[in-house]
Design a protein around this ligand. Structure first.
Ligand code: ATP
Ligand code: MG
Length: 568
C-alpha cells in the first residue's frame, strides 16, 4: 500500500474527548472516527486490524466445530415478549417500529432468535451437539458509552450458542468453548485471566469471563499466585481467619472521640491503625435492622451481605432515625456492645485483639476491646470484598488484585430459554426433551482497544504481529530528491510484497521526522529505512517497534529476517 493513496490522517494533538489511552491512540492513528455518542466508523487502517481479530476468532470457532450463520440484527418484539425480556431488558434495548406499527428491537444479543431457530430446525438428539455462531453488529443503549469502542453502543460481537441433549453434553460443549477462547486470546497475544463469574448459588449456572489485564480495566479481579484461580472481586470468597487470635493485652476503656464520625477521623484522633478498628453498619432486615461488623479498612460486599439470612435484599442502609433508635445516638458511633439487634461479624474480625469500636454514645468509642471478654465469641461470616494478600481458596497461595477488561464470556444457560420457547428434540427413547443451551460471546471491537491498552508506549501503538494492519513500514529518506533511491525503494517494495508481506510504503514527500513519528504512532512492528547513504553501502536500516536502536542489515539479511520472522 502506498501511503500517499491510503487517505490516512493522523493527529498530533490528544483529542480532548478521549480519556482512555487506547481511545486517544485509536483516534490519533486514524483507526476510528466518532460519528455520534457510542457510534464509530472503522477507517481502512482500523478495519485491517478488526478483520484480523475476526479471522482468528473464526478460525478457532471453526476448528472447535462451530458452524457460522448470520442472523438479522433487527428482531421482532414478539420473541422478546415470549422470553419476558421485552420488559426486563429496560432502556438498554433500542426499540423501533415499522411502517405498519409493528415493534422491533436492534439486537443486543441473540438468545431469542437462536432459540426460535432451534425449535424450528432441530428434531432429534441425533442432530446434537450443535454450536451455531455469528460475527455481527449489536446495539446496546449503554447508559454511559465511553472509552471509544471499549464501551460503545454499536459494536461487533462474536456470539455462539450450543445445543445439547443433556447437562453432561452441555459441559463438553462449554469446555470446548473454554479451550477455543483460550487459544483465541493466546493467538491474539493478550495477557488474560479466566475469571469465575459464578453466582455461587446452588443450581446457579456455570459462567466464566475472559479478562485482559490492564490498569485501565473497569473490573477488579482477584487471582491466586499458586494456581489458576481468578474471580471478580465482587464474587471472590473470603475465609475464616487462620491461626490463633493474639491474647488481650489492654483493658477496655470508654474514651471521648469528639466529632470522630469517620474511620479516618477516628484513627487520627486516637493514633491507631485502621486495622485495629471495627466498623458497625446498620442495615435493613426482614424483621428489623441488623448490624454488620467489619474491620475498619475492609469494604462491605453488597451481594454477599444481602444473602445473609434476615438481611433485606437489595441491601439497604438504615436511615438515621432507625440508627438512632437502635444505638441511642447519632450515626457514626455504633458498636456491638449493648445493642439488641442481630449482629453478623465478618471472618476477618475473628483474630483481632485490643481493638476500637463505637460505644453507641455520641462522641464516644471503646478502646482495648477483646472477644471472649468484652464481646461474646461468635461465628463469623463472609461479608467483605477480598483484598490483596488474602488467602486463595485453593488452600495455598495468596490473592493479588489486578484490573481487567472483559473481552469474552462463556455461560451455561441450561434450559432457561428452551423451556420457555418449547425448543425440544426427541431423545433416544423418542420422548420430547428441552435443549440444554450454552452461550458464548467475544467482544471483537473491544479486543482492538484492549490490545492497544497492553501494547503501546509514549510514541504510539505497538502492534503484535498477528494484529498489525501492515507487517512492514518502508520509509525512504528524501526519495523525492533522488531518482536512484526511488528506483531502489520501489524495487524493494515490490520484492517485499511478492514475498507475501503487507507493506506500507511511505512514498509521501514528507520530512523523515514526520515519517518516523507516523510509523511509530500507527505502530507497525517492523520498520525498514532506505537512504542514499545506505544504498551506497548496500544496506538497509531495520528497527522493531519495541527496539531502541536500529540495525544496519544487508538487503538479503533484511528480507530473510522479515520473511522468516513469523510475520507471515
Ligand atoms: P459489560 O459487563 O462490559 O457491560 P456484558 O457482560 O454486558 O459486558 P456480554 O453480554 O457478556 O457483555 O457480551 C459479550 C461480550 O461483548 C463482552 O464480553 C464484551 O467483550 C462485549 N461487549 C459487551 N458490551 C459491549 C459494549 N458496550 N461495547 C463493546 N463491547 C461490548
Ligand atoms: Mg459478560
Amino acid at each position: 500500500m502506498l501511503y500517499s493513496q491510503f487517505g490516512l490522517t493522523t493527529l498530533k494533538e490528544i483529542p480532548a474527548e478521549a480519556e482512555l489511552l487506547s481511545h486517544q491512540l485509536m483516534l490519533r492513528a486514524g483507526l476510528i472516527r466518532r460519528l455520534s455518542s457510542g457510534l464509530f466508523t472503522w477507517m481502512p487502517l482500523g478495519l485491517r486490524v478488526l478483520r484480523k481479530v475476526e479471522a482468528i476468532v473464526r478460525e478457532e470457532m471453526n476448528r472447535a466445530g462451530a458452524l457460522e450463520l448470520l442472523m438479522p440484527a433487527v428482531q421482532p418484539a414478539e420473541l422478546w415478549q415470549e422470553s419476558g425480556r421485552w420488559e426486563e431488558y429496560g432502556p438498554l434495548l433500542l426499540r423501533m417500529s415499522d411502517r405498519a406499527g409493528r415493534e422491533f428491537c436492534f439486537g443486543p444479543t441473540h438468545e431469542e432468535v437462536i432459540t426460535d431457530i432451534a425449535r424450528r430446525e432441530l428434531r432429534s438428539y441425533k442432530q446434537l451437539p450443535l454450536n451455531w455462531y455469528q460475527v455481527q453488529t449489536k446495539f446496546r443503549d449503554e447508559i454511559r458509552p465511553r472509552f471509544g469502542v471499549m464501551r460503545a453502543r454499536e459494536f461487533i460481537m462474536k456470539d455462539a450458542y450450543s445445543f445439547d441433549i443433556d447437562a453432561a453434553g452441555l459441559d463438553v460443549s462449554y469446555q470446548k468453548m473454554h479451550a477455543a477462547y483460550t487459544r483465541i486470546f493466546e493467538r491474539l497475544e493478550l495477557k488474560f485471566r479466566v475469571v469465575d463469574a459464578d453466582s455461587g448459588e446452588i443450581g446457579g449456572s456455570r459462567s466464566q469471563e475472559f479478562h485482559v489485564l490492564a490498569d485501565s480495566g473497569e473490573d477488579a479481579i482477584a487471582y491466586s499466585d499458586a494456581d489458576n484461580y481468578a474471580a471478580n472481586v465482587e464474587t471472590a470468597a473470603t475465609f475464616p481467619a487462620r491461626g490463633e487470635r493474639p491474647a488481650a493485652t489492654a483493658e477496655m476503656q470508654k474514651v471521648s472521640t469528639p466529632g470522630a464520625r469517620t474511620m479516618a477521623d477516628l484513627c487520627k484522633f486516637l493514633s491507631v491503625d485502621v486495622e485495629k478498628t471495627l466498623k458497625t453498619l446498620i442495615v435493613e432486615g426482614t424483621e428489623g435492622p441488623i448490624a454488620l461488623i467489619l474491620r475498619g479498612d475492609h469494604e462491605l460486599n453488597t451481594v454477599k451481605a444481602q444473602k445473609m439470612p434476615g438481611v433485606a435484599s437489595p441491601l439497604t442502609m438504615s436511615d438515621h432515625a432507625t440508627i438512632r433508635s437502635v444505638t441511642g445516638c447519632e450515626p457514626g458511633f455504633a458498636g456491638p456492645i449493648g445493642i439488641e439487634i442481630p449482629v453478623y461479624f465478618d471472618h476477618a474480625t475473628a483474630n483481632m485483639a485490643d481493638f476500637v469500636i463505637g460505644a453507641n454514645e455520641a462522641d464516644m468509642h471503646y478502646t482495648g476491646v477483646n472477644f471472649g471478654r468484652d464481646i461474646p465469641n461468635s461465628e463469623t461470616v463472609d461479608l467483605r470484598n477480598v483484598v490483596a494478600g488474602d488467602p486463595a481458596p485453593g488452600g495455598s497461595g495468596t490473592l493479588s488484585i489486578a484490573r481487567g477488561i472483559e473481552v469474552g464470556h462463556i455461560f451455561q444457560l441450561g434450559t432457561k430459554y428452551s423451556k420457555t420457547f418449547g425448543a425440544t428434540v426427541l431423545n433416544k427413547e423418542g420422548k420430547k426433551q428441552a435443549l440444554e443451551m450454552g452461550c458464548y460471546g467475544i467482544g471483537i471491537t473491544r479486543i482492538v482497544a484492549a490490545s492497544i491498552e497492553q501494547n503501546h508506549d509514549d510514541n504510539g501503538i505497538i502492534w503484535p504481529d498477528p494484529l498489525t494492519p501492515f507487517d512492514v513500514v518502508l520509509i525512504p529518506i528524501n526519495m523525492h530528491r533522488s531518482g536512484d533511491l526511488r528506483t531502489a525503494a520501489e524495487a524493494l517494495y515490490q520484492e517485499l510484497t511478492e514475498a507475501g508481506l503487507d507493506v506500507l510504503f511511505d512514498d509521501r514527500n514528507a520530512r523523515p521526522g514526520v515519517q518516523f513519528a507516523d510509523a511509530e504512532l500507527i505502530g507497525i512492528p517492523h520498520r525498514l529505512v532506505i537512504s542514499d547513504r545506505g544504498l551506497a553501502a548496500g544496506e538497509l536500516e531495520y528497527r522493531h517497534r519495541r527496539d531502541t536502536e536500529s540495525r544496519n542489515l544487508k538487503r538479503e539479511e533484511a528480507l530473510a529476517l522479515l520473511t522468516g520472522s513469523g510475520v507471515k
